[in-house]
Design a protein around this ligand. Structure first.
Ligand code: GLV
Ligand code: MN
Ligand code: MN
Length: 405
């Protein structure tokens, strides 16, 4: 099956609203449909599908006499709210399509090869990005993960149980990881570097350190029409001041700070809020800058809260250290691509990926596919069909180099 047919078989699942974005949240009915698609896609190819203890999906091309550890490729199927079609699924679909291409050429693997789909990569439901790969590698305590709750107060443990998974079994899986020699993730580029370089595919250099912080401003609910200005303890005001301070601090440090999610309680149009909760996403070229940036934003939140007699708490929800992808693996992949006349410039990225989390345990690499507008985490995210095919060809070349005879 070619890339387009496979791509189109996944497209209807989880599409939401007139803008055509996706809501594919972990351990929901839509997620179950995605998982079923994965299993069916694997079965049609004679690949052995399974989930690991952390709910990540694997489709194995087993071999009789494995020489060396497995080569794994893939990405994720979950999305941000109203996300694009490509962030995540492009890597999973391209992985299956690349294996199809190699099989059509009559090639067979000399070592196990797997397609993986890691769960809760976006952290859109439970707040911690790359949760599946973090659990797998031990980057988050299983007990802490089990306690994570979604916006409706549903705990991860409960959601996993509902999806037929055992939350008591989550945690690091050294046996699985020790059997893997390398992980290569293909992903849509979330920027315009490739468009500027006139290249369809690129290789990742590294990922900026980044994290998420929950800020809670607690004030006092009151009547919008009768409460004098001087009597108000309105949490919306320090919240607003903090958003502006974050923007200014990020610009000063050559970094990025975004408040993309806010909840005002109780959310009445004619009442002062009792509380405002918001999530800060901060990213910087290095850890020291990220620390300075978040310290400044936190100080600005404290100062603004004090000014308005509002209480504030700041809690880090997740942090990802800077990642430099394995240079030896990248050079090997670059050489394999160059041998097929595929030019693949090396790019840094501010986006987080499971490959970045797995890099703490395994040699990992990433291939990016051109995104002409650079837009991502939006229904407008797009990669052209020819570039997607180029991505599949590049991934096939890389897998051939690493795992096929
Ligand atoms: C994942 O897409 C992230 O960078 O937040
Ligand atoms: Mn994403
Ligand atoms: Mn992604």
């Amino acid at each position: 099956m070619g890339f387009t047919e496979l791509w189109e078989s996944l497209l209807p699942i989880g599409r939401y609203g007139p803008a055509g974005g996706y809501r594919r949240y972990s351990f929901t009915g839509t997620d179950s449909d995605c998982r079923q698609w994965f299993r069916k896609t694997a079965a049609r190819r004679g690949l052995r599908a399974e989930h690991d203890r952390n709910g990540n999906l694997w489709a194995w091309w087993d071999v009789q006499d494995p020489a060396g550890g497995a080569i794994v490729t893939g990405s994720h199927l979950d999305s941000v709210p109203d996300g694009g079609a490509y962030d995540g699924p492009l890597g999973v679909v391209s992985a299956f399509a690349a294996l199809d291409l190699l099989r059509e050429r009559g090639l067979t693997p000399r070592r196990p090869v797997a397609v993986a789909a890691f769960c809760e990569e976006e952290g859109a439901r439970f707040g911690v990005a790359c949760l599946g790969s973090r659990l797998l590698t031990g980057a988050i305590e299983p007990a802490d993960a089990r306690r994570l709750a979604d916006g409706d107060g549903v705990r991860l443990a409960e959601a996993m149980r509902g999806a037929g998974l055992d939350p008591a079994a989550i945690g690091p899986d050294d046996v699985l990881l020790d059997g893997i020699a390398a992980y290569v993730e293909l992903h849509i580029e979330q920027g315009t570097a490739l468009a500027g370089l006139d290249a369809a595919v690129g290789l990742a250099a590294g990922i900026w350190p980044h994290g998420r912080w929950l800020l809670e401003f607690t004030g006092r609910a009151d009547h919008a029409g009768t409460t004098r200005i001087s009597d108000r303890r309105d949490p919306m005001l320090p919240f607003a001041a903090t958003v502006l301070a974050a923007r200014r601090a990020a610009a000063r440090h050559g970094a990025l700070a975004t408040v993309g999610k806010v909840i005002a309680e109780p959310g009445a149009a004619n009442a002062i809020s009792s509380a405002v909760r918001c999530w800060l996403d901060a990213r910087a070229p290095d850890e020291a800058t990220l620390e300075r940036l978040t310290a400044e934003i936190s100080a600005a939140a404290q100062a603004a809260a004090g000014e308005h007699q509002v209480a504030v708490s700041v809690r880090q929800e997740s942090v990802t250290v800077p990642v430099q992808f394995d240079p030896g693996l990248r050079d090997q992949l670059a050489a394999a691509l160059a041998a097929r006349d595929i030019a693949a410039p090396v790019l840094p990225t501010g986006a987080g990926h499971d490959a970045g989390v797995l890099a703490a345990r395994l040699p990992t690499a990433m291939l990016f596919v051109r995104n002409p507008s650079g837009v991502s985490h939006s229904p407008r995210e797009h990669a052209g069909p020819a570039d997607c095919e180029a991505g599949v060809a590049a991934l096939a070349a890389v897998l051939e180099e690493l795992a096929f005879r």
